[in-house]
Write a protein that binds this ligand. Structure first.
Ligand SMILES: [Zn+2]
Ligand SMILES: [Zn+2]
Ligand SMILES: [Zn+2]
Length: 147
């Protein structure tokens, strides 16, 4: 389906749009609270996945950020490569990194989830420096980790 906020393509089972971070229908709001206030989050920071309400969210280019000044900058330099199922999987990817040229940054959802939402809250967001993104994608494809 299409995200009503950014027109990106969203998997129907996803809690939020991976392009802009907005919580999407049918999950809608109320599922998740802002990390700072006991009110519903409107989305997750596209970098660290921290849930934020409309007061806390900082929106750049239709994307939701948590308010950390570093995250929009990080988003410019790094791109989301893959959402791994666990830290273990990320470790494997790091260890197999052929020449250590791929700079990864990871943000586990579990840093922020206090509430378990049928398993989709697990996972680790794996970012790679944009300059190495093509190389990283080929690398993960060669290992059948992404399509
Ligand atoms: Zn979106
Ligand atoms: Zn953030
Ligand atoms: Zn808030």
């Amino acid at each position: 389906m299409t995200c009503e906020y950014c027109n990106g393509n969203v998997n129907t089972s996803a809690l939020c749009c991976e392009h802009c971070g907005r919580i999407v229908e049918p999950h809608a709001t109320g599922t998740l609270e802002c990390e700072h206030h006991p009110i519903p989050a409107i989305g997750l920071c596209v970098v660290c996945a921290r849930p934020v309400c409309s007061d806390c969210a900082v929106v750049h280019d239709h994307r939701i950020f948590c308010g950390s000044p570093e995250h929009p900058k990080l988003f410019e330099e790094y791109e989301l490569l893959y959402i791994a199922e666990s830290e273990f999987e990320v470790d494997l990817i790091r260890r197999n990194n052929p020449d250590a040229t791929l700079q990864f940054r990871t943000f586990p959802y579990s840093d922020h989830w206090t509430l378990v939402f049928d398993g989709r809250m697990n996972g680790v967001r794996l970012f790679v420096h944009r300059e190495a993104a093509t190389q990283a994608r080929d690398y993960l494809k060669a290992r059948d980790l992404i399509e």
